[in-house]
Design a protein around this ligand. Structure first.
Ligand code: DQA
Length: 162
């Protein structure tokens, strides 16, 4: 089964209680439950990490190749500061999608620049918890299926069609 690595960066363990007028009322377990339900519908497996430590995030991305087909990441404050996470994504050779609950371009100027975006395939910003779900849709689309070698069911239906 295709696997996607979901990374929540620093302070996102506080969601629900942290500035709900900006980040919404849903807490992290609720967002993760929504992601897991969507992943189930898509037939992909998620591994989810929340970390307040840049080195832990860098290490996890560094081990992603060969294990995950895509990475969905909210780098949180590291979006604006972390050359190390950017370099890790660039080196990983695994397609990554950046997500933000808030619209970072409508906020303070220091939040309007992402060091991470240029090494991601795309970014979803400003839709609250739905940013993660939209990002997951994109990640599923990017995660290559083992379809280059078609499943027996698909081969059978192709034969029937002939
Ligand atoms: C955030 C935006 C960042 O600027 C901020 O530091 C966060 C959350 C978001 O999801 O909107 O922690 O990534």
């Amino acid at each position: 089964m295709r696997a996607i690595l979901v990374i929540h960066g620093p302070n996102l363990q506080l969601l629900g209680a942290r500035q709900p007028h900006i980040y919404g009322a849903a807490d992290l377990p609720a967002i993760n439950r929504q992601l897991q339900a969507a992943a189930k519908r898509h037939g992909v497996r998620l591994e989810i990490l929340q970390s307040n430590h840049e080195g832990e995030i860098v290490g996890r991305i560094g081990r992603a190749k060969g294990t995950y087909e895509a990475i969905l990441i909210n780098p949180a404050a590291y979006t604006h500061t972390s050359v190390a996470i950017r370099d890790a994504i660039e080196a990983a050779d695994v397609p990554a999608i950046e997500v933000h609950l808030s619209n970072i371009y409508a906020r303070e100027s220091f939040r309007q620049h992402s060091l991470i975006a240029p090494v991601c395939r795309g970014q979803v910003s400003g839709f609250g918890a739905a940013s993660y779900l939209l990002g997951l849709e994109a990640a599923v689309g990017l995660a290559p299926r083992a379809a280059d070698s078609p499943s027996p069911a698909r081969v059978r239906s192709r034969r029937k069609a002939r």
